[in-house]
Design a binder for this molecule. Sequence first.
Ligand code: ZN
Length: 206
Amino acid sequence: MEELIVQGNDEPMPHPRTMPGWVEVIAGAMFSGKSEELIRRLRRANIARQKVQVFKPEVDSRYSNDHIVSHSEMRHESSKIRTAAELLATIDPDTEVVGIDEGQFFDNALVDVANQLAQRGVRVIIAGLDQDYTGKPWEPMPQLLAIAEYITKTHAICMKCGQPANYSQRIFESEERVAVGAVGMYEARCRRCFVPHADAPTVHSS
Ligand SMILES: [Zn+2]
């Protein structure tokens, strides 16, 4: 019988991952429960004693610096990072689940990073706004939706008419696309009640 021994390799084998990972995206308007849904999934992974790492972008400092927090005050520990490359460099080799909140604030390299992690066997869960306050798809979320195995589209309730809401209406003056908002600055609106520029400047910062 032949012996299958690899010679000259005294490095430990990497943790074998027999199954590929996958990418899950939770996308929708503000107040649609994206962070809540992300935290729910992360908690179940925690309960199963899976190794979980959670990230949020530097720009999002509302409520907490070291937690992701939903509007309903659910929270989960997280690390703040600036770029997708920094995220990739921060992943431990034995991490099984990676959670990312506010995916729309990341650079486009997040798409490649998500693919790489999934290829390695990691379950990647990304929550984010899929459109900005003018109703434009917000990169990199559209690309993440394209590469994801699983997509959950969350809906808020239109604050004008009560229909399912897919848009975030800005109700204050600002020229910044990245203003991180809360109640009183944005309203969830349905397609009929959403007015892209009625209450907001049309200047687009990029
Ligand atoms: Zn409406």
